[in-house]
Design a protein around this ligand. Sequence first.
Ligand code: SF4
Ligand code: SF4
Length: 376
Amino acid sequence: MARVRNWQIDREMSYWYPENRPKRQFAAVFDTNKCIACQTCTLACKTTWTSGKGQEYMLWNNVETKPYGFYPLGWDVKLLGKLGGQKWKGSRYEGRTIFEAAEGGERVHGWRPEEMDYAYPNVGEDDCTGAKLERGDFLTLPHNRWFFYLARICNHCTYPACLASCPRGSIYKRPEDGIVLIDQSRCRGYQECVKACPYKKTFFNPLTGTSEKCIACFPKIEMGEANQCFVNCIGKIRHAGFVSRPEDAREDNPIDYLVHVRKVALPLYPQFGLEPNIYYIPPIHVPRPFLHQMFGPGVDHALETYRGAADDPDLAGLLSLFGSSQYIVHRWKRENDSVLGFDEKGDEVVRVPLREPVHIRQAWDSARSIARVNIP
Ligand code: SF4
Ligand code: SF4
């Protein structure tokens, strides 16, 4: 095992291979507060990449309702239980990562789901925590009764457990963009990656006898375009781009701004130790202890910043760029009441108003003798 630096847990940790970061790292921010669980992203991915034989059960992108939704069943709670206590001291994680918890002969501490664990995604999961609403109940923040939608794809981790676990060396991380892929000609279907990935984002194809996973729509990324599940997102919750290391963060890089500068977007289960590269703006209505175990110690700051966005034109402006362009926005800036996004060459690819104009029409149109309805 090598010693590598993981900034998300603010310390060095053990990993199977030495630190070898790509030239740039594909990354994204998902705003959980905007997801409506329409599953358009899931189907956009399904029809693009996993409509073949042997792929029927695969959801490279899935959306589950937390706390009771899972795909596959119990993917996170099983591992959290196996890891035991997960203590943070400030920004430093003092517990064991899944690499450090590996037992004799293992490279990664994991578990392999059963076939039936994939059988019923999204069935019966939209249940509130807490008892049923009583007469006289009212909503407070955080809510006593709550759930939220968690959209998930492969995190194209900096320290992928799938890659570390593969005895064939079939999994690789592209040096040009950090996307993690499985070489189908090398894979022999041992499924060590299925066991190792804590997010359960590699899938075994019983017909080809190989494992498959989200490829981050790399042909689109190579053309400067955003992924299928991003451009089809109805809630406009997603923003694709590239993340820097904290010491290299740039304010004009949208992902850096949200992750490093304003620290409003957080990794999913940073304590697992993979340095995942999909970041989440946590839901504002959920009790903090649940969010702390899911997104780490930055939750309070992230939520305070996010809830202040109404009086924060830069943050509000960048949030309004989400889902506004089919292209990857590499740079952004606000000019008074407009927010601009630029591609890699520096050409403007999108411009949105900081606030959408609202036009209210007269309820009674006397010229045409008809009533009009205004929908805010
Ligand atoms: S989320 Fe899982 S499949 Fe994706 S890179 Fe990380 S360990 Fe590998
Ligand atoms: S398309 Fe967007 S809003 Fe709809 S479920 Fe997917 S992430 Fe959520």
